[in-house]
Design a protein around this ligand. Sequence first.
Ligand SMILES: [Fe+2]
Ligand SMILES: [Fe+2]
Length: 193
Amino acid sequence: MRDLYYESTIHKQIREKREDRKERIRQDMEKYGSEVLESDEMKQAFEQTHHKLATVGEHTLRVTMSSVMVCYALRKLNIKVNIPAVVIGALCHDLGMLGRNEKYASFKESNSGHPKESVEIARELVDELPEKAEDIIERHMWPLGDSKAPNSIEGVIVSAADKYNAVKDIVKGSEIESKEIESKETEDTEGER
Ligand SMILES: [Fe+2]
Ligand SMILES: [Fe+2]
């Protein structure tokens, strides 16, 4: 039988490491992305639904956290990554989605139009927007729509983190929706009894 004390110590260490990493990510986000985080656009982002039951703001923070986490892992492998560009790129990648229903006539149109719009917003929010961040934002939708493929390792990171988090949100949203339907059906059946 395993030593329970040993096991709980390991779990505690893992939990503490995870918390430390989250704190480091938060610090990096504030250090490099404060202009975006404090903007009115970011406030608005938390009011617009995205990927079923999430908001643009929640999705944006998740994509940024995942992207920076991948950067830390790559740095451990001595792979150079530009964290400021990743933070700015990830924080701005979907801001062009704000007001989607008024701006775009279809899903297809918003898919192809919002990256360029996000670049415009990023230029307004960030003093001296790095060219790499611009490319990250403009190409993040690849391989969807008519987007060009990312042209940097940072672009690949944000584009992959975007897909990963979008799918997670959509699946979770569908599960919640089907649970709500199930419980409504149960209520209705019980009501009929
Ligand atoms: Fe997007
Ligand atoms: Fe996104």
